[in-house]
Design a protein around this ligand. Structure first.
Ligand code: PHE
Length: 345
């Protein structure tokens, strides 16, 4: 009995390992089988079996050839200096991140104030009660201290008071006055802004966040008056929103400015023409910041004679500015680290 299976196995094996698989069709084993057809008992059946065997060898040869072809395939028409066998570009990440909207806007407002002659300073993330309160004319036990929902640490400062996470950028007023004090003697103004992060232990909602940003401004020279404060803020806001805006000041109270004001601007979106406007709640005005003329006591603590020099200060919420600019409806997006939100900027 001829063992077709065994012969097939041997020949297919040879096709797989041979450098010239085609030559297996001329193998002596195959020739011998063809020779046997003539003498077989059932010539037709034997012949058909030999034929089937040959077809399977041919199939194995075809498979082997297509494998070798694929392995050897090289670009023929490529002229550009690149490797077309490299990874498909689509699989590389196309998104490399973006700057946080608050960072972008801090850069913009620093640039505007920079062009108006202001130096830019950083605040701190931990400070003491002297800079948060005493230097700003809030003596110990002053009731207005409670207006600032200040986070306290378990560590204490040199006076035995808990350290704090600054609840406003006004903690930098004293340091600015001290640092630039000598400019007054040279007949120059003290002019600096502090755009930085502040913290308040507040109930959170769409308009209140425990961590947010303010820009403090301090300007001191001879003969500075409230008109200059209002003009400076109006000029800044018009440049920031790139349009003409009306401003409004109402009397207010801060221990460190006298007089103090609450400063509002005409709604940059509806200008008071839309009673359903989400930005100004249809009022036409947006309360934006606190400001005023620096209290004589604050100047005195920093060694500046209030009989000679006067100045103004303001503290503006940056998140608010940016929310209005981009029509962002919830302040909590900023600290949320949500990529869907951040990718829009
Ligand atoms: N620090 C005040 C606040 O956060 C704002 C302010 C700054 C007011 C400077 C007057 C002068 O409420």
């Amino acid at each position: 009995m001829t063992d077709f299976d065994q012969i097939e196995q041997q020949l297919v094996e040879r096709v797989r390992s041979s450098k010239e698989p085609q030559s297996v069709l001329r193998a002596p084993e195959l020739k011998a089988l063809y020779a046997q057809i003539r003498t077989a008992d059932d010539k037709a059946a034997f012949g058909a079996a030999v034929n089937q065997l040959k077809q399977r060898i041919e199939a194995a040869i075809a498979e082997r050839q297509s494998d070798t072809l694929a392995a050897a395939r090289t670009p023929i028409d490529v002229t550009a200096p690149m490797d077309v066998n490299a990874r498909i570009p689509d699989t590389l990440p196309a998104y490399r991140g973006s700057r946080h909207p608050i960072s972008q806007e801090i850069a913009r407002l620093s640039d505007i104030f920079g062009r108006m002659g202001y130096a830019v300073e950083d605040s701190r993330e931990i400070d003491d009660q002297f800079h948060m309160f005493e230097s700003l004319n809030f003596p110990k036990g002053h009731p207005a201290r409670d207006d600032y929902d200040t986070f306290m640490t378990v560590e204490h400062d040199a006076d035995g008071d808990p350290l704090i996470a600054p609840a406003h950028t006004s903690t930098m007023q004293y340091r600015i006055l001290k640092k630039y004090r000598s400019q007054l003697d040279r007949g120059e103004a003290i002019a600096a802004i502090v755009p930085d992060r502040v913290f308040r232990n507040e109930d959170l909602d769409a308009r209140h966040e425990h961590t947010f940003y303010q820009v403090e401004g301090v300007y001191v020279a001879e003969g500075v008056h409230a008109g200059m404060l209002i003009a400076t803020l109006q000029e800044f806001l018009q440049e920031y929103y790139a349009q003409t805006l009306d401003v409004r000041v109402n009397p207010f109270y801060f221990p460190f400015t006298e007089p103090s004001f609450e400063f509002a601007l005409s709604c940059p979106f509806c200008k008071g023409t839309d009673s359903t406007c989400k930005v100004c709640s249809g009022e036409g005005w947006v309360e934006l910041l606190g400001c005023g003329m620096i209290h004589p006591n604050v100047l005195k603590i920093a060694d500046i004679d209030p009989a000679v020099y006067t100045g103004f200060a303001f503290g503006c919420g940056i998140d608010r500015l940016v929310m209005m600019k981009h029509q962002i409806e919830d302040i909590r997006h900023f600290e949320s680290a949500k990529l869907d939100f951040l990718r829009q900027f």
